[in-house]
Design a protein around this ligand. Structure first.
Ligand SMILES: *Cc1c(COP(=O)(O)O)cnc(C)c1O
Length: 224
């Protein structure tokens, strides 16, 4: 199946209102173009170097999601154009994003990434870290970031019950943040969860934003 056929089939399988982010990491711009020409506008990348190389090569109405671990010293490279940083996992990072937002005279949209998998290799906050982050944020006056919701990655496992349980945890973190800190903020409405193998479960558990790579572009080949 071609990229556009994959996209068509995927779109038909999405619940109404769920956004599809095409995760194009490792794919060449020519392949991103195919997706763009098939109507895709949201693209996800996980490396600063790669997203900054691709962005000028693609049409300017692409909405770029940064979905990987982000080092504070690299925020400045994506701040001018990024649509949504999905992987905020510390106050230090959030403050740097705010600073670079101010420099670029824009408000940068962010999600708080939560750790829900039982794998040590994955990044993200737990509930108490998120609590501290939110408390610290109150006194900081960060006017150039907007927190739109949460993001998480389930464990890499065939155990569907475990995956569902991890997505339920993320939904629980979202509900808690919404009630405690964002009750009157309508912008806070996003739950980014679900990848090629688990997006159906994620949608059943309340995902608003699925991030799909393999299901659109095929299996990734990593050089080196
Ligand atoms: C690579 C990646 C995806 C997409 O994974 P697929 O299994 O190829 O759909 C989604 N989210 C994040 C954070 C990723 O790094």
């Amino acid at each position: 199946m071609s990229v556009s056929e994959n996209l068509q089939a995927l779109r038909a399988s999405l619940k109404p209102g769920v956004r599809l982010v095409a995760v194009s990491k490792t794919m060449p711009v020519s392949v991103l173009r195919e997706a763009y020409d098939a109507g895709q506008r949201h693209f996800g990348e996980n490396k600063v170097q790669e997203i900054t190389l691709k962005q000028p090569e693609m049409p300017q109405d692409v909405l770029w999601h940064f979905i990987g671990h982000l080092q504070t010293n690299k925020v400045k490279y994506i701040a001018p154009f990024v649509h949504l940083i999905e992987s905020v996992d510390s106050l230090k990072l959030l403050k740097e994003i705010d600073k670079q937002g101010a420099r670029n005279q824009r408000v940068i949209n962010c999600l708080l990434q939560f750790y829900i998998a039982d794998e040590e290799t994955k990044f993200g906050l737990d509930r108490s870290e998120a609590q501290s982050l939110m408390e610290a944020m109150q006194s900081e006056k960060l006017n150039h970031v907007a927190i739109l919701g949460v993001m998480g990655m389930a464990s890499f496992t065939d155990d569907q019950a475990q995956i569902r349980n991890e997505f339920k945890q993320l939904k629980g973190h979202f509900d808690w943040l919404k009630n405690e800190w964002f009750a009157t903020d309508e912008r806070f409405c996003e739950i980014s969860m679900g990848m090629s193998g688990d997006y159906q479960i994620a949608m059943e558990e309340g995902s608003t934003n699925v991030r799909i790579g393999t299901g659109i572009f095929g299996v990734r080949v990593y050089n080196k």
